[in-house]
Design a protein around this ligand. Sequence first.
Ligand code: RIB
Ligand code: CA
Length: 310
Amino acid sequence: MRRTVVLDCDPGQDDAVAILLALASPGELEVRAIMAVAGNVPLVRTVDNALRLVELAGACVPVHAGCARPLLRELVTAEHVHGETGIDGADLPHPAREPEREHAALAIVRHLSDPTAERPTLVATGPLTNVALALTLAPDLARRLDAIVLMGGAVGLGNVTPAAEFNMYVDPHAARIVFESGARIVMFPLDVTHQVLVTEERLGRIRALGTRSARAVAGMLAFYRGRGRTGGAREGPLHDPCTVAWLVDPGLFCGRAARVEVECESPLGLGRTYVDLHGTTGRPPNAEVMLQADAERFFELLVERLARLP
Ligand code: RIB
Ligand code: CA
């Protein structure tokens, strides 16, 4: 059955590929709306980037602006990885359309509480500020959702500090609200996304498609892969599209249920996700944590879907 999807993101080159993959998969995903949150770059940029990417795909999907800063912390951005625009390398025209007036958090609740929504699914590929706000505004949403599929966290080392992955680090308090919400969570930590690397050969396959969308993606990934974070894979891990690829073909990944808790107190460990893979805490699992990826089949799917776009 098709899923009704809302995508909350902070584009970001890898978020951009997640957006395009979702919009290129109408057989599996009905993308109702795209929400922008501050993260890789400030909100004004992530909103503008989302609008440009929707137009690149030739889609007519509303874009909503969400939170311009985390719930409690000051905003930390990542222009050193993604460039000043956040999608450096894409070179896309100014968007013709404006974002919707409704706040992203309210729109998340409205779209995913809609009785016509089939298997309502929230995909989150940035800091979880909008998602936490939506779950706080409408706690019953956690029970109504089929899943929250999120990229973030790490079983092992972080990528922005030794302890924390960027999305969790930017807004650990929002992440704690989401993991404690009772919603079904499917988590893509760095341990699995670092298996999905943009090699020169894979970049060449995308570039060879020759379409406007493929050229934009190849430009973005060529820029992004050269800026791998310290501690992360140098060939540009395609973090965010793993979430959408799993919705299209769950067989691309495997993992296990585990208790996940988020560090919100320790200055050194802020944003760390404690993933209890061996059940040592005795607390019940609250997430399905993906640990293995079939990267070659992932890229076969990505190239096949990108070829559908203009
Ligand atoms: O740590 C990787 C995550 O942080 C990705 O979602 C990337 O886009 C950034 O938001
Ligand atoms: Ca992101």
